[in-house]
Design a protein around this ligand. Structure first.
Ligand SMILES: Cc1cc2nc3c(=O)[nH]c(=O)nc-3n(C[C@H](O)[C@H](O)[C@H](O)COP(=O)(O)O)c2cc1C
Length: 248
């Protein structure tokens, strides 16, 4: 087991994996970490699909073009989930308020599923495994992936997590300095742009000199290009079709 410090500070996304199985006890540890995730109201508004079936993984790869999905050993799909509590409410004759049709209901589901993903990621990393979050699981073809996984109404995909034995160890990516990320007591805007400019250059330099494939990307333009592409995702329509008909 890695120390907490190494687990958190030496983490980087791993996109290439060995064809090696993950021991059952390690997966059990990851499941337990997922189960013990803090959740809003202790409502546990999430579920996880652990995909090991190669045919399903390859189908998701075809829909998302994310190679890690077919090469990882376990692909975990984290979903916001109000289906379970609604089923229980129906069985117990409890009148169900449609919290999932409010923006806060949607946020609660996303936060719970995301925290569960972080629990899984941290557990996996501490056990020496490599991980990569895959947002395209949600955005690339939401309906087709949901159908493939037989997701019931009242659930939607938040994010995928590829897990496997690492076959690469890319350089750690520089992150924004503490002063830009952590504001003491109140949000501080002075010096922010100067600090971000320095960071932008740092990333440009990292991209030019990192091991493996190099690019000349700066930080801002590269991220903003992602935003531009993401403007085409129709997530509101997608989650509405899954029973999250957000009204307020
Ligand atoms: C919510 C989320 C979604 C992501 N989606 C993808 C993805 O679809 N494909 C991918 O290759 N990496 C994806 N990543 C990984 C990021 O690109 C990566 O975390 C980021 O570049 C920082 O690099 P690092 O994880 O090595 O620090 C995602 C990360 C997060 C947190």
């Amino acid at each position: 087991m890695k120390t907490v410090k190494d687990t958190l500070l030496q983490r980087r996304s791993i996109r290439r994996y060995e064809r090696e199985d993950i021991p059952a006890e390690t997966m059990d540890f990851i499941y337990e970490a997922i189960r013990n995730t803090p959740t809003s109201y202790n409502g546990q508004q999430f579920s996880v699909i652990d995909i090991t079936d190669q045919t399903i993984k390859e189908k998701i790869y075809e829909l998302t073009s994310q190679k890690q999905i077919k090469t990882c050993r376990h692909f975990l799909v984290f979903c916001a989930d109000y289906y379970k509590i609604k089923q229980l409410a129906d069985s117990k004759d409890i009148d169900f308020p449609h919290f999932e049709k409010t923006l806060d209901g949607v946020i609660v589901g996303i936060v719970d599923a995301t925290l569960a993903m972080m629990s899984a990621l941290t557990a996996a990393e501490s056990a020496g495994l490599g991980t990569c979050c895959i947002g395209y699981t949600r955005t690339a073809a939401p309906e087709a992936v949901s159908r493939l996984l037989s997701l019931p109404q009242g659930t939607f995909i938040v994010c995928g997590l590829a897990i496997g034995v690492p076959r690469e160890m890319p350089d750690l990516k520089p992150k924004q300095p503490v002063g830009t990320v952590i504001h003491r007591n109140v949000y501080k805007t002075e010096g922010l742009v100067e600090s971000l400019m320095k960071y932008d250059l740092e990333i440009e330099n990292y991209n030019r000199t990192r091991s493996g494939e190099k690019t000349s990307n700066d930080w801002a333009s590269h991220i903003i290009d992602y935003y531009r592409a993401a403007m085409d995702y129709k997530m509101l329509d997608a989650i509405r079709r899954r029973g999250f008909d957000v009204e307020s």
